[in-house]
Design a protein around this ligand. Sequence first.
Ligand code: ZN
Length: 357
Amino acid sequence: MINQIISLSKKLIEVPSVQENKKALKKVLEVAKKELKEFTIEEFEKNSVPSLLVYHGKTRPKRFKIILNAHLDVVPGPDRMFKPVVKKNRLYGRGAYDMKTAAAIELLVFKEMAQKVPYPLALQIVTDEEVGGFNGTKYQIEKGVRAGFVIAGEPTRFGVNNKAKGILWVKIKTSGKSAHGAYVWQGTNAILIMNQVLSKLIKLFPIPKKNAWKTTVNVARIETTNQTFNKIPDNCTALLDIRYRPEDKKTLLEKIKKVLPENTTMEVVSFEPPQFTDKENPYVLILRDSVKRIGGKLAPVVAKHGSSDIRHFNQVGCDGVTFGPWGLGSHTDNEWVAIRSLSYYYLMLKDFLKSLE
Ligand SMILES: [Zn+2]
């Protein structure tokens, strides 16, 4: 089986399926489709982003019990990374860890199990996770695709990732009163007002000294239309990138609004939901059992700072986690997956699907 896994992974890695290369997105799906001829393949496309939904049987059920979700798009990298190499028990290449190898395994497990399990199982393959998943996973959900539980094969080193932070992007605009720079008492400086606002925000959400599960604020940009020295600026805009914990979602906007003085506006540019599935969810417990049975150790439940396509499912009440093999260096120029972990990953997924019968 390991040879099959590596051979298919290599074929997927060889296609430079970065977001800008729409031809390659189609091509990488062709590689997958070739392996799945005995199944129903529904093809989706939105804004030139293709995706697949694969299952056994003629018609799509209202709700799958399980969806194995995989993304075959990758972040850009140097050309050499699209020539996969096996070296010292590792498979190197762009997407080796995030997440073409896991995708290959999900595909092979699906192929083996889809006709055997007594419940509806689907394989969902998308090509835009790295840019938000709006035209892939989210689009399929808009078209009615649902599941009791979704597993996305993102890099987790056998951890079961049940929650991830949401993203809030806001523009805050303060306004003051302009005057000549020599007569500062005659004006109100909008930059100084902004300075106070930002201090209060950082007090509310202090910058952690190290990795911590906390809501954070990054001041990404500050600007004013004023271009000269001798004028008091009457406007200031700050761009904030806020990464929030699921548990902070309800109170977040209120908290920020409270520190804004009069004549200050806040524009929400993007408010992406967090990812959250209860760690006591029965599927989570069964998956962790499978990891223990096959791997010998109990899988830790882990939180992630960056989100995944699972959040789109959470939005419509479907639970899910990310769960993937062992490796390192996703999004870097030195990306690899540990070959020994691949057979384990295969067996764990298979054991999980069997345990649900
Ligand atoms: Zn990924």
